[in-house]
Design a protein around this ligand. Sequence first.
Ligand SMILES: Cc1cc2nc3c(=O)[nH]c(=O)nc-3n(C[C@H](O)[C@H](O)[C@H](O)COP(=O)(O)O)c2cc1C
Length: 263
Amino acid sequence: MNLKQVTSVWFSPTGQSRQAVEMIRAEIPGSGAFVDLTDWNVNRPDYGFIENEAVIVGVPVYGGRVPDVAVKRLKKLHGKDTPAVLAVTYGNRDYEDALLELKDILTEQGFRPVAGAAVSVEHNIAHFAEGRPDEKDREKIREFGRKAAEILEKTYSSHEIGELKVKGNHPYRPYGTFSVKLKAGSDCTGCGICVKNCPVQAISRTDPKVTDETCCIGCMRCVSLCPNHSRSMGTLMKLAVRQKLKKVCAERKEPEFFYETGK
Ligand SMILES: Cc1cc2nc3c(=O)[nH]c(=O)nc-3n(C[C@H](O)[C@H](O)[C@H](O)COP(=O)(O)O)c2cc1C
């Protein structure tokens, strides 16, 4: 397939999913563009793609699913049998139904998924699997990108693309009730970086110390960007989360890759 353009798309509050997309993208030839679905943008346009383009789409796993906010924003993408390469990143616990859900959303939106990756990285809340992806993971991700590029190259028309089978179940597991409450400490300088970057506008413009807990998705973006390390979930909550996840995150999970096998 002679690809006119390859567009990288991500919803990635703390940057791991974006990094995975960019690693895969580097192995796929073709001129590039990107769509960042993380930023709050009430006037976000719809994005249309044609057959001889491709998209690489990455999202994090929240509770074994695609985050609700990402689902809504992914529905702004419209393919016309456009090939898609998919990636979910997760914090070394499990990705359960997230890759399947991402595949279903993209298919519904008119794309043809050719390959999917589930990549275990450092957990952005509990910080298990510190330092991942490591070099071994990175090489596997690059190899995945090269294999996806090969499939795209040898496919003459997207109608030749067979079904992509990935891990996961229907019906998807229900969204969990576990929620992280993020707060500013007394040392908050009110610089507004968190306000500007919050994906869901949960932080007050007039007083960045105030977070709307009904709206906050606990994505950790404000914590990762705060120059003063003032934002956090609090020591007790941090300990409770680490305790809860200690067992299930302990064992190293290797990245998993899936490819369509043609018709
Ligand atoms: C609200 C929330 C829920 C999460 N749920 C899971 C999970 O179910 N399984 C898992 O292994 N990691 C989970 N994680 C960790 C993230 O999936 C992981 O850190 C991801 O790479 C973050 O992506 P990003 O850097 O693109 O935002 C969760 C993180 C958050 C903030």
